[in-house]
Design a protein around this ligand. Structure first.
Ligand SMILES: *[C@@H]1O[C@H](CO)[C@@H](O)[C@H](O)[C@H]1NC(C)=O
Ligand SMILES: *[C@@H]1O[C@H](CO)[C@@H](O)[C@H](O)[C@H]1NC(C)=O
Length: 345
């Protein structure tokens, strides 16, 4: 039956594709490995919040509305490398010191906005996890009933991976921030005002520096939050959360590996969306699940996911593979099969 549904679905694909736009593509049947029923049908484009979803949806939506602006700001973040270099090379030149300081301050204000956004994103994720795992429904039923929330979850992950990709390729961020901190601590004794005048006080600077020290700060924030969510809700079986994640991974994988899916070649944004969401949920799963994503018992088909990722003609593939290599927890466990390790080498 599952096979038949899948065939029927594939026949429908061209018409779904021809209507264009991101979400259609995510109308996917992911049958095989799902436990609680043969079908997931996620409509990531047209999903509208039902009445029961509205409260959470509105809350998350307010956060997501800012996400685009944050990414644009990060993308155009150029840093004050030049000014900092000149100031350091000419320590006696006060004008150059001031110039560097004036260049760095607005940048640090930006970094603070990004950091504060990560806290709002964390809260949004928490609300989604609560909604998508609350009794009495099974994770699969949740995803089917609350598609608009599932879509928001995907959008959060998409943002997260995009943000971290940009952050990772922009060394100016840490350079600017450490210059800022050095200047503040150097001047603390003779200029108490400096700090007071600034919107980033010492405590905030400490928290921000922990955040920016992470290779993938947004993802780390989310995986910390997911881990916390699971550990705080003792009555909630961990599987309810991890099944929600593995189901999303499955939907994205099927979506990426379905050759009949014609739009994949024209709409690279969409493929990238799927790739990032898939990698994002894998990493979360790996952090939250006691044995992780790479073990034999994992509900995520890691071999399939890595293979399909490697087949994508996208510049972002390497970055995403690196995210799997370096930001997961269990890849180097003994329980990880040689095959999976080899695939990621
Ligand atoms: C999880 O814990 C939070 C805080 O303790 C609580 O508000 C929430 O209802 C819990 N959710 C579930 C599904 O148990
Ligand atoms: C995640 O949690 C670890 C351990 O509690 C902490 O050291 C780290 O700073 C946290 N990272 C972020 C980005 O929240």
């Amino acid at each position: 039956w599952c096979q038949k549904m899948r065939t029927a679905f594939l026949l429908l694909l061209p018409s779904l594709c021809s209507r264009g736009l991101m979400g259609n593509l995510l109308k996917v049947l992911a049958c095989a490995e799902l436990e609680h029923g043969p079908i997931v049908f996620l409509d990531f484009e047209h999903a509208q919040p039902t009445e029961a979803e509205t409260a959470v949806w509105n809350q998350v939506s307010a956060v997501l509305e800012e996400a685009h602006g944050i990414l644009a700001e990060l993308q155009s973040y150029n840093g004050a490398g030049q000014e900092i270099r000149e100031a350091i090379q000419n320590p006696g030149d006060l004008a150059l010191q001031e110039k560097a300081w004036n260049a760095v301050c607005p940048l640090v204000a930006k970094l603070k906005r990004f950091y504060e956004f990560s806290l709002r994103l964390e809260n949004a994720l928490r609300s989604l996890l609560e909604a998508l795992t609350s009794p009495p429904y099974a994770p699969m039923q949740h995803l089917e009933r609350e598609q608009a929330l599932a879509k928001q979850f995907a959008e959060i992950l998409h943002f997260t991976l995009s943000f971290d990709e940009l952050k990772m390729t922009n060394p100016a961020i840490q350079n600017d921030f450490s210059y800022y901190r050095r200047t503040i601590s150097r001047n603390r004794l003779n200029n108490q005002q400096l700090e007071a005048e600034n919107e980033v006080n010492n405590e905030m600077a400490n928290r921000m520096s922990l955040f920016y020290a992470e290779a993938t700060p947004m993802l780390k924030t989310l995986s910390n939050a997911t881990t916390k969510f699971v550990s705080e809700n003792k009555t909630l079986p961990i599987e309810d959360t991890t099944d929600c994640l593995s189901t999303m991974a499955c939907v994205c994988r099927v979506m990426l590996e379905t050759p009949e899916y014609r739009c994949r070649f024209t709409n690279t944004d969409t493929m990238l969306f799927c790739m990032r969401v898939m990698v994002g949920v894998i990493i979360l799963y790996d952090h939250v699940h006691p044995v992780g994503a790479f073990a034999k018992t994992s509900k995520i088909d890691m071999k399939g996911c890595i293979k399909v990722l490697k087949e994508q003609p996208s510049n972002s593939v390497e970055g995403l593979l690196n995210a799997l290599r370096y930001t997961t927890r269990h890849l180097n466990d003994d329980s990880t099969s040689k095959q999976i390790r080899a695939l990621l080498q």
